[in-house]
Each structure stands twice: as C-alpha cells, then as structure tokens.
Design a protein around this ligand. Structure first.
Ligand code: PLP
Length: 371
C-alpha cells in the first residue's frame, strides 16, 4: 500500500478557478457547439494578446503545435532541424512528425538550454531550422541563437511548451522566431483539463495556413486544398482555458516567488541549484542536481516529499530516435544522470517550500548515516 506524499509534486485539481471552470463547461454544453466554435476563437484572441503575439491558432496538443508550425513553414522530408537533447521527447518527435530530421546540439551546462556554439557547429547544408526549447520555463539564449539563424538563413520555431508568459531579454517567448508552440497539457503553467496546444505568430498568412492545416487542409467544408491533419483545440478545453487564463499572471508571479524562496533557502544545501539566467524565467519546474540523485530522492520520499526527474534519458539516446544522426551531447548525458525536480506549483505554501528546503539540507547527514 502506498500513501499520498505529504507534499505531492503536483496539484492538478482546480482551486480558486473551479467555479469559473464549471460555468465555462456549462456554457459550452448549453450552446451545443463543440468544435471550431466561439470559445476557440475567443481563446485564440485572448491567448495571443496575453502572449504578446498578433495571432494564436489552437490545436490538439503541444506536439501538434510544433509539428504543424514546422510544416506550415515548408519544413519536411530531407530537412534537418537542430534541437535540444534535454527536453520532453515530444520536441524531437514533432520534428519527425513533420517528416524532417532532428539533429541534436548539446546544452549549455549553466542554462540547461541549447548551447549556441554547439548549434553553430551542427549546421549542415540540409539545416533549415532551429527548434530551441525554453526548458523548465527559462528562455534559451535567443539573442545568440537568432544571430546564428540569421547567419545561416535558418527559420526559428520556439518550443515554448513550458514557458507561458516567459520573456527572453524582455521579449515574449514564441514571438522571437517565426512561430512559438505552447502546450496546455494539465501539468503545464496554463493547463487544460485534457490535451490542448496552440501556436502563436505575428505572421497573418502563417496563421491562416495553420488554421487550414489543423482542419484537414480545408478552405470551405469538404474542400481540401492541401494535406492537412485533424488537430483542433475543442471548444470545451478552450472555454476552460479562458476561465484560467486571467489567473496565469498571478500564478506566474507565485511560481517566481516560490523559486526565489527555494534559492534563498537552499544556499549551502548539498545540491546544485541551476542559476536563473533571465528574469523572464517562469519556473515551470525547479530542477536541482545531485551526483547521488537516487539517494537524495529516496531521502526526500521518506520525508513525504515527492520529486520527479525531468528528464532521465537524453532524447538522442531514446530508441525511438535511432534513425536520427548520431549525437554527441555529454552535457545532456550528465544532466539526465543527476537532475531532479522539487515540487513547485502555485498552490504550494511558503511553509511547504521551507519544509522541502529543510529536507534537502538534511540530505547529507541522513545519507551518511545510511538511514
Ligand atoms: C509538454 C511538452 C511538449 C509536448 O506537449 P503536449 O501537449 O504534451 O503534446 C513538447 N515540448 C515540451 C518542452 C514540453 O514540455
């Protein structure tokens, strides 16, 4: 028998937003319009505005958002897209869904996102795009990545699936490249009560193409002018996301507060706390690193604190990626071997943060005792 941890990693049940979510669900049921209806159009306008973009296009998942953005930009078979080896594997799977080839450049050990110099070294005559991942909510080094993209004439699509409302040197993520992909998987900073995703862009023609591609390539009903897929953000999830979107700025502030509290409280603790390299970091996760990760996690588990690993396997080492060009990413290998995430969500209290930090401090002693 297992008992629920005293401090679980996540908190997915609606809280202060529960009433608004119920109202949203009732509204959609009463209307009886479930696909490509008014909730989707309204959410797209509201999410675009919140994200600092001219357009948003709702799709079924964050993975589809990446794949469709690449396809809409004309990227497909024979094309190479450079991306990060440390991410949810979906970043690379989406490149493969577009028919293109993922090429991995190693991460920077400080920022844990794409190392621009490694990106530069990975460019070949087949490279057409870069897919940086704003991992854990921290923007990748976009200024340097943009300079490389310009030099080699490459398109940028941003994987912002963990970075809602994040800012890269003052610029909204997702608007720096040609398009930005977001996920509203329930655990994300803005989560649906199911699967959902969106692409943002400032390019009106690209937004129109994305709206066709997500809907079977149709212009009018039953007129399929190009090879589209079926991946629409449904009106129920759009309505739920609309109920939650107004709370996202407050949640983001709270995430940053918790991260600040962790940073102060973990000074001198026996873990590496990766630095914050951009004040636009939105802390989807709070990763720490330990050479004795398994023991550290077991110690915290005994104290009722749940932790998770993001991510245990570098993407190029996944069997699913066996067809991709060989990748040498020692930094990603190292981080996948020692990183784990402490609980961080807006409902976490200061007392809980302190309790987690205190437990981390007590790790060395407990471990040495063999307890
Ligand atoms: C969640 C996530 C995805 C995939 O989003 P889904 O909505 O689950 O398809 C892609 N990339 C990153 C970095 C993610 O965190």
């Amino acid at each position: 028998m297992t008992t629920a941890p005293a401090i679980p990693f996540m908190h997915l049940t609606p809280g202060a937003d529960a009433g608004a979510i119920r109202d949203a669900i009732d509204r959609v049921i009463a209307r009886g319009w479930f696909i490509l209806g008014p909730e989707l159009a309204a959410f797209e306008a509201e999410f675009a505005s919140a994200s600092g973009a001219a357009h948003a296009v709702g799709v079924g998942t964050g993975t589809d958002a990446i794949a469709l953005a690449l396809r809409a930009l004309g990227i497909g078979p024979g094309d190479e897209v450079i991306t990060a080896p440390l991410s949810a594997a979906y970043s690379a799977l989406a490149i493969m869904m577009a028919g293109a080839t993922p090429v991995f450049a190693d991460i920077d050990l400080d920022r844990l996102t794409l190392d621009p110099s490694q990106v530069d070294a990975a460019v070949t005559p087949r490279t057409v795009a870069i897919l940086p991942v704003h991992l854990y909510g921290q923007p990748a080094d976009m200024t340097t990545i943009q300079a490389i993209a310009t030099r080699h004439n490459l398109v940028i699509v941003e994987d912002a699936c963990q970075a809602h409302l994040a800012m890269s040197e003052g610029r909204p993520v997702g608007t720096i490249g040609a398009a930005g992909a977001f996920s509203f998987y329930p655990t994300k900073n803005l989560g649906a009560l199911g699967d959902a995703g969106a692409i943002i862009t400032n390019d009106a023609a690209l937004a129109e193409k994305l709206k066709r591609l997500r809907n079977g390539g149709q212009t009018d009903r039953y007129h399929h002018v190009e090879f589209g897929v079926n991946t629409r953000l449904d009106d129920m999830q759009a309505a739920i996301l609309r109920a939650r979107l107004p709370l996202l700025p407050g949640w983001t502030t709270r995430r940053r507060e918790i991260a600040g509290r962790y940073r102060a409280a973990l000074a001198g603790a026996p873990v590496i706390v990766p630095p914050e390299r951009d004040p636009g970091h939105v802390y989807h996760l709070f990763p720490v690193r330990s050479a004795r990760r398994a023991q550290a996690q077991a110690h915290l588990r005994r104290l009722g604190i749940e932790t998770l690993i993001h991510y245990p396997v570098p993407i190029p080492r996944q069997p699913a990626l066996a067809g991709a060009p060989a990748a040498v990413c020692p930094n990603a290998d190292q981080v996948c071997g020692d990183v784990f995430s402490l609980p961080l969500h807006p409902a976490l209290t200061d007392a809980e943060v302190d309790r987690v930090a205190d437990a981390v401090h007590r790790f060395s002693a407990a471990d040495a005792d063999g307890r």
